[in-house]
Design a protein around this ligand. Structure first.
Ligand code: 6PG
Length: 235
């Protein structure tokens, strides 16, 4: 059964510092316990400041960390829209994660092929009971997490760990982790900033019957919401 923690920080800068502090702690805990940390990064823009704060944390054993992504746009890795490119620029070009520990989703391939390949990679890397030590997520203004959009069939997938997300209104197509992968995480941590997210935050955290994708997360361990005050609607 998941344990839910909700933390509100004064502003976006404090939010980024707290998120970096918690990511570092999760890395240290996992490496101390098992000699490795399986970390899935979020896409979008919010992680940029979190990554920069994370590069300032000293004595993290990055050589023991494996990096994955919770979703990817189906674009080449050099494309400005690529979640891999964003993480490379803001984190992976700065900290010494070994190149063979960086497991990007191949956005340049056809969505279904990229999703199938990532599912296989996750099962190979995460083992028989695949789970991440920490999955980082953002939330869209429509309450989506990763690329799990309300009403899309991907929300119902409970076997595959990664699927393609295509169809009307989804441009570019995406590859996303499914709830099967997200809920297997020891900790899922949402980092949500800004007034534009106050409405979905209020629904997901305020209504037990919310059907928004963010409301459906059930990680086997902890669910952590890191919010700035603007994202709570409390000014
Ligand atoms: C993506 C993300 C997506 C993102 C949210 C929040 O590929 O866009 O995975 O789920 O986390 O849309 O995005 P922002 O951080 O840019 O608000």
């Amino acid at each position: 059964m998941k344990r839910t923690e909700i933390v509100v920080l004064d502003n976006a800068a404090a939010l980024a510092r707290e998120a970096a502090h918690r990511i570092a702690a999760a890395i240290r805990t996992a490496v101390a316990a098992r000699g490795t940390c399986m970390l899935a990064l979020a896409g979008g823009n919010t992680p940029r400041t979190v990554h920069r704060e994370l590069t300032l944390v000293e004595d993290l054993r990055w050589s023991h960390v494996h990096v994955f992504w919770s979703d990817e746009r189906c674009v080449p890795p050099s494309d400005p829209r690529s979640n891999f490119r964003m993480a490379k620029e803001t984190l992976l070009d700065v900290v010494p994660v070994p190149p063979d520990h960086i497991h990007r989703i191949r956005g340049e391939d056809k969505p279904e092929a990229a999703a199938a390949a990532y599912d296989a990679l996750l099962r190979m890397r995460l083992g028989r009971a695949p789970h991440f030590d920490l999955v980082l997520l953002g939330m869209g203004e429509d309450g989506h997490v990763a690329s799990l959009f309300l009403g899309h069939a991907a929300l119902e997938e409970r076997v595959k760990l990664a699927v393609a997300v295509t169809g009307p209104g989804i441009d570019p197509s995406r590859v996303t982790l499914t709830y099967a992968a997200l809920d297997a995480a020891e900790t899922a941590m949402l980092v949500v900033s800004g007034a534009a997210k106050a409405a979905p935050v209020g629904e997901v955290l305020g209504r037990a019957d919310s059907v928004l994708p963010a409301a459906r997360l059930e990680p086997r361990g902890s669910l952590v919401w890191l919010l700035d005050r603007a994202a709570t609607g409390l000014q």
